[in-house]
Design a protein around this ligand. Structure first.
Ligand code: HEM
Length: 558
């Protein structure tokens, strides 16, 4: 009896000692990095904060505390190293072997399976090679047409919802637009989310993205096994099934149409191919000489649906929000629109005109510096790695903090000041600014994303004056309305925070927990006409001075 009791008492101690012994090597190496003091078993889990916004603040606070360099923290026995040092980033992102994603990406597996974002090893290599041509220049031009069509619908909807000086949550509105663009480009099927925002599928997309973001930092919900015991699990399964059925149904119909069309040219139904969708490229692709299986097609299409709309939602929404708070930037952008587009500002911009909008490029670069759509990316070390003389042990999670890079004053002077011109003057080195990551696993959709963001933002600038939720919220000194930095400064900043200032929440994609509120005022025709005529005249004069300097000078003097 006593022996059994003693055994029962000793068991936890033995388990604890066994785990500690197994983790000792990793602990010794990881603890060579600076980092907060840990508590046995829980590590630093209890200090991380309760929600994604607290976690983001804590990470920034620790980064300042530990010399603005890489640091480590422990979540239970999971060792995490937060990486911001450009030398480390260069090593990790350039590596052909350190490509395994961290366990946070496991949350995506039930929905996305093992598509390009979440797979690793040989499968990832082969699929990356096969998918790369899907973003060829010609295909992007087709996609641009879809982006233009949907932006026009978006503008119409905005005119409606923002009428009468209404304050709108622009983040919410953008979600439907990007969903329409991605369904049309990835699957070739419009779902018209902007008009049917109550539809089951539209809800499912929104709920799934929210669910993944929220689960990511919950100690119990993160594990699939434990998540089963939470009351919302059945709702999650329902959402998952809605998305799976929706995608599979379209794939099936598209496969049928594809077979029919390869036998006989027809475009008699909605699944026939007027424009090449990403799905069509997959249907005509091969891997090792064989066509893709339905599961493989499902995984890649779903990956594009997720990665291609949640990221651009944040890209478009934060860019337009920044317009609302920085009217001087908006003025410069509007001037550029007039110079590039001439007097007809309501037409669609061509592919070339979008490329000519250089100030808009700088603006989006700066928007991605302060509010990067993908704030962190994760890797998992499947063996020991030696980086810059330090060993990173097998079994570590590396959190590459892309968002912190944008707030490093060694690279960006006055990081809390919004100044697009800085990208002409400060020019960060290659691994000091990475919104689309870099190296073999960089964002394959970068050109697509920038084209979409530029197309939408350009149309918004031409149609509306973007105003803050309340007039007094305009930034007078071009400082941001959010703060990411050391704790004391942040607390001071918080005291002045307005309810319409965003609360940043960073998990898989960056969002504002309380939405992005603003107003839209339609530009009046005569204002556009006057502005555009003047800028066209000015551009014309400049050109004639360059071509016929003497004649122009004589005319001017006359
Ligand atoms: C502003 C918009 C976007 C940003 C900032 C962005 C950023 C990123 C980043 C940082 C990664 C690396 C992720 C990692 O290593 O874990 C990534 C990967 C990826 N992105 Fe994007 N992305 C954007 C839009 C898009 C779009 C529109 C698509 C598709 C149409 C897309 C498709 C992908 C895919 C498939 C990967 C995985 C690539 C691989 O592992 O080989 N992204 N993106």
């Amino acid at each position: 009896m006593w022996l059994i009791l003693l055994g029962l008492l000793a068991l936890p101690v033995i388990i604890f000692a066994y785990i500690e012994l197994r983790v000792a090597h990793r602990r010794r190496l990881v603890n060579k990095f600076n980092g907060p003091a840990t508590v046995p078993i829980v590590g630093n889990g209890f200090q991380m904060g309760k929600n994604p916004s607290d976690i983001l603040n804590q990470v920034f606070n620790w980064w300042h505390q530990y010399g603005k360099d890489n640091f480590r923290f422990w979540i239970g026995y999971y060792s995490n190293i937060l990486i911001t040092n450009p030398k480390y980033l260069e090593y990790i992102l350039s590596s052909q072997t350190l490509i395994q994603k961290s366990d946070i990406y496991d949350l995506l597996h039930p929905w996305l399976g093992f598509g390009l974002l979440t797979s690793t090893g040989k499968k990832w290599h082969k699929h990356r090679k096969m998918i790369t041509p899907s973003f060829h220049f010609n295909i992007l031009q087709d996609f641009h047409e879809v982006m233009n069509e949907n932006s026009t619908k978006f503008i119409k909807k905005l005119k409606r919802v923002a009428a009468n000086d209404n304050i709108i949550d622009f983040q919410d509105q953008t979600h439907y637009l990007t969903l329409d663009v991605i369904c049309d480009t990835a699957m070739g099927v419009p779902i018209n989310a902007m008009e049917n925002s109550d539809s089951k599928v539209v809800h499912a997309f929104k709920d799934m993205c929210y669910n993944i973001n929220m689960r990511a930092f919950h100690p119990f919900k993160r594990t699939e096994f434990l998540y089963r015991f939470f009351p919302e699990y059945s709702k999650y399964c329902e959402t998952l099934k809605t998305l799976q059925d929706f995608t599979n149904d379209i794939i099936e119909k598209r496969v049928e149409a594809y077979k029919l069309e390869t036998n006989k040219k027809t475009d008699s139904n909605e699944f026939s191919r007027k424009k090449m969708a990403f799905l069509d490229t997959l249907l005509s692709s091969t891997i090792d000489g064989r066509p893709l299986t339905n599961v493989e097609i499902y995984e890649e299409v779903s990956t594009f649906m997720f990665e291609g709309h949640d990221t651009t939602t944040s890209g478009v929404a934060f860019a337009v929000y920044l317009l609302s708070r920085h009217p001087e930037e908006q003025r410069k952008l509007f001037e550029e629109q007039c110079a590039v587009m001439g007097s007809d500002l309501s037409r669609d911009a061509t592919f070339q005109e979008i490329a000519d909008m250089k100030y808009l490029d700088l603006f989006i670069k700066e928007a991605q510096r302060v509010y990067p759509s993908v704030p962190f990316i994760g890797r998992y070390t499947d063996k020991d790695y030696e980086i810059d003389g330090t060993t990173i042990p097998k079994g570590s999670t590396l959190n590459l903090a892309l968002i912190i890079l944008g707030y490093d004053e060694r690279t960006f002077k006055d990081p809390h000041v919004f100044r697009p011109e800085r990208f002409e003057q400060e020019r960060p080195a290659p691994f000091e600014y990475l919104p689309f990551s870099a190296g073999p696993r960089n964002c394959i959709g970068q050109k697509f994303a920038l084209l979409e963001i530029k197309t939408v933002v350009s149309k918004i600038i031409r149609t509306f004056q973007v105003l803050p939720a309340l007039d007094e919220l305009i930034s007078k000194d071009n400082r941001l309305s959010t703060f990411l930095g050391p704790e004391e400064e942040r607390l001071k900043f918080e005291q002045k925070r307005h309810k319409y200032d965003p609360i940043l929440s960073a998990v898989l994609t960056l969002k504002s927990e309380n939405g992005l509120h603003l107003r839209l005022k339609e530009r009046v025709i005569c204002e556009i006409f006057l502005f555009c005529s003047l800028s066209t005249l000015f551009a014309y004069l400049l050109r004639s001075f360059a071509e016929f300097p003497l004649l122009s000078l004589a005319l001017c003097l006359y």
